[in-house]
Design a binder for this molecule. Structure first.
Ligand code: FMN
Length: 207
């Protein structure tokens, strides 16, 4: 049986901050989702104010925020350079739960990016050099040739992290836990704070 205090920390309806409940939900999702419990939609906005959205993987999280990695020269990288704010959503179908967060974006340290980059498979490290993410690609062969050339160039040596391959952290100012309930009377619990490091307030929202 779960310890009552633990239950309180992990339940958005009774918790007074959102990280405990996130930890509990994410741990459950890792057990129940058939794949990619860390897949999240990341929304940004372009220079014209037009929203853009795509999936990325949640590679780290904690009191400071939610971390993902990408090419800073990609569409999202350029959008974040102009408007360093984003929203993310994870949907865990197996649990009928949705988790949302919004807030400013900051870059993670070079060390954090290096550590994660080098934890990836060598093929993915080389791929990060070969992919000019989001830019037009003449043919599949062009990409494959570039990968082959770089594989030969790096030989058996280490693959350094490309300078354009960065980690970003969404610092949440707003977080919502949504869980499915009968007759579409779903539960929505929203946490808000005015800035990082300040107290969270909480309210329920109509479904
Ligand atoms: C499940 C899933 C996970 C993905 N994870 C990442 C990721 O962590 N980083 C990334 O740059 N692209 C990831 N992608 C690819 C992106 O969705 C997207 O195609 C790419 O980043 C280019 O997006 P952009 O042109 O909007 O910058 C993922 C795609 C899927 C379907």
């Amino acid at each position: 049986m779960e310890h009552p205090a633990r239950l309180t920390i992990g339940d958005p309806a009774t918790a007074n901050e959102p990280l405990g409940p996130f930890e509990a939900w994410f741990a459950e999702a890792k057990k129940s989702e058939p794949r990619d419990p860390d897949a999240m939609a990341l929304a940004t906005v372009d220079a014209d104010g037009l929203p853009n959205v795509r999936m990325v993987l949640l590679k780290g999280w904690g009191p400071d925020g939610f971390v993902f990695f990408t090419n800073s020269e990609s569409a999202k990288g350029n959008e974040l350079a102009k408007h360093p704010k984003a929203a993310l959503v994870l949907y865990w179908k197996s649990l009928s739960r949705q988790f949302r967060a919004r807030g400013p974006i900051e870059q993670v340290s070079s060390k954090e990016a290096d550590d994660y980059f080098h934890s990836r498979e060598r093929g993915s490290q080389i791929g990060a050099w070969a992919s000019q993410q989001s830019r037009p690609l003449a043919s599949r062969e062009t990409l494959e040739q570039d990968v082959a050339d770089r594989t030969e160039k790096f030989g058996d040596g280490p693959v350094p992290r490309p300078a354009h391959w960065l980690g970003y952290r969404l610092v949440p100012l707003e977080i919502e836990f949504w869980s499915e309930m009968p007759f579409r009377l779903h539960q929505r619990i929203q946490f808000m704070r005015s800035a990082a490091g300040t107290e969270w307030t909480k309210r329920r929202l109509y479904p």
